[in-house]
Design a protein around this ligand. Structure first.
Ligand code: ZN
Length: 247
């Protein structure tokens, strides 16, 4: 059986410009996320892509082979070419899974797929974050404790300008008192989308074992189930399957 093909996309800008971020993620956020997925799913084919690569590392050919795409972006959302966004959106509608992380809430692709502002409250003050599993039977919560903490994270607070999630897996509380819908699921076309809030670049969030488990679970959950492309390529039946009585 073909292994699940996973691509971790990262704009990879802060790590090359900010020594504080480089100290936490010397090989880039994408590499730590990819290594975390491989730890839980050694059979998956996990690779990475970054903004600076030709076509941002997301050629049509590569996307056609991708089952689940993860997206981390922050300072360079506007540098992502619209034609690549079109391409990713089309693949999601066909059935590719998409996992949007942290500041990816303002990426072109997430805003396009949500159709709403995706705006939120934020504060960079090293708040402690407590995540609560509010849907313990959900596959993305498998193997997690009922609640876990991150010693420091960027506060993201409500109201979060998203369509009401079809499924909510996590809700977070921050030391400053705010709450946030921090793990949410949607479908668009045949594709599954999961947004997960933790992951500010100056904190070692993607090294955290619980966070790695959430992301690994989300990749498995978002795996394609059938593909609309196959259906669209099938011959279209002009002749009806039942006789239509002439009126
Ligand atoms: Zn951030």
């Amino acid at each position: 059986m073909k292994p699940l093909h996973v691509v971790v996309w990262n704009e990879y800008v802060h790590e090359t410009q900010n020594p504080k971020v480089a100290a936490v993620y010397p090989k880039g956020i994408h590499q730590v996320i990819a290594d975390g997925i491989k730890k839980f799913h050694p059979a998956y084919a996990v690779s990475t892509a970054t903004l600076a690569e030709p076509e941002h590392g997301l050629t049509q050919e590569r996307l056609d082979q991708t089952d689940v795409l993860l997206w981390w972006g922050h300072g360079a959302h506007d540098k992502v070419e619209d034609k690549i966004v079109d391409r990713v959106q089309a693949r999601v509608l066909q059935g590719m899974g998409l996992i949007v992380l942290h500041s990816g809430h303002f990426s072109k692709i997430f805003k396009r797929l949500m159709g709403t502002s995706c705006a939120l409250q934020w504060r960079e003050a090293g708040d402690k974050e407590r995540l609560w599993v509010c849907n313990p039977g959900h596959p993305i919560a498998a193997g997690l404790p009922p609640t876990f903490t991150l010693p420091e994270e960027e506060m993201y607070g409500e109201p979060f300008g998203i369509p009401t999630p079809e499924e909510q897996v996590f809700i977070s509380w921050f030391e400053g008192g705010e709450v946030f819908r921090s793990g949410n699921c949607w479908h668009r076309g045949n594709g599954k989308i999961f947004y997960f809030q933790p992951g500010h670049e100056t904190y070692p969030t993607y090294h955290d074992a619980n966070v790695q488990r959430v992301i690994a679970n989300a990749v498995a959950w978002a795996a394609p189930q059938g593909c609309w492309q196959d259906v669209l390529r099938a011959p279209c039946a002009k002749d009806p399957h039942e006789p239509i009585s002439k009126k």
